[in-house]
Design a protein around this ligand. Structure first.
Ligand code: FAD
Length: 183
């Protein structure tokens, strides 16, 4: 569960639910009342705020499984190449970063520094793996900890009581700042 203040001082409340846990409540309103409002902090927010949208925005069938960096000779960027669990990674930055890697290699291909399409695809896969593989793998290892009550508590206890843990997790799930070059 994340609560982030966005533009106009609005509060963005975002959560992930498994199909299994959601199934028994059937709709978002009941799920919010029966599950989310068990948390007194969230209850306070839900009871004292006015929704900015008429309906909540939802997506379903999110897949964190392995994907290919190249499909049918197309270079895959962002979530299409691999999605990191939202609780541990910054997927938007990864999408922008992978597009930057692809763009720079395509320019190299047009400038004949990379001679063939095959070489371009191999270079992209190599660069993508070097940049994101560890982050995706760490995310995949951490993923089961989120959503399971006991495990989530254990990890929250760890990060609050052993301050050295959180920077290690962040180092392994978040990249370094992007260096921008002008073309
Ligand atoms: C619940 C949740 C919370 C998240 N929270 C954060 C966060 O706080 N911070 C963060 O950095 N990341 C977060 N992420 C991850 C982040 O949203 C994604 O990693 C990022 O948006 C990926 O960008 P993308 O361009 O690859 O894909 P998307 O943003 O999904 O863009 C793909 C676009 O393609 C369109 N599309 C799909 N199929 C077609 C088609 N056939 N023809 C034309 N258009 C099509 C879609 O409608 C969509 O607009 C979160 C993800 C989830 C699920």
């Amino acid at each position: 569960m994340r609560r982030i203040q966005v533009e106009n001082r609005n509060l963005n409340v975002c959560y992930l639910a498994t199909y299994k846990s959601f199934q028994q409540y059937r709709n978002i309103d009941t799920f919010r009342l029966e599950v989310l409002c068990k948390n007194p902090h969230l209850k306070l927010i839900f009871e004292n705020s006015v929704p900015a949208f008429e309906h909540p925005l939802t997506i379903s069938q999110v897949s964190f499984s392995n994907k290919s960096t190249v499909e049918d000779h197309m270079l895959m960027c962002g979530d299409a190449a691999g999605m990191i669990h939202p609780m541990c990674g910054n997927g938007m930055a990864m999408a922008i970063h992978s597009a930057k890697i692809a763009s720079e290699l395509i320019i190299d291909h047009f400038n004949k520094k990379i001679r063939s399409r095959q070489e371009l695809e191999a270079a992209y896969s190599q660069a993508w793996n070097a940049t994101f593989k560890t982050r995706i793998t760490t995310g995949r290892i951490l993923q089961p900890f989120f959503g399971k009550d006991g495990l989530t508590r254990a990890i929250m206890y760890g990060v609050t009581h052993i301050p050295a843990v959180l920077p290690v997790i962040i180092r392994h799930t978040h990249g370094k700042p992007l260096k921008l070059t002008t073309v």
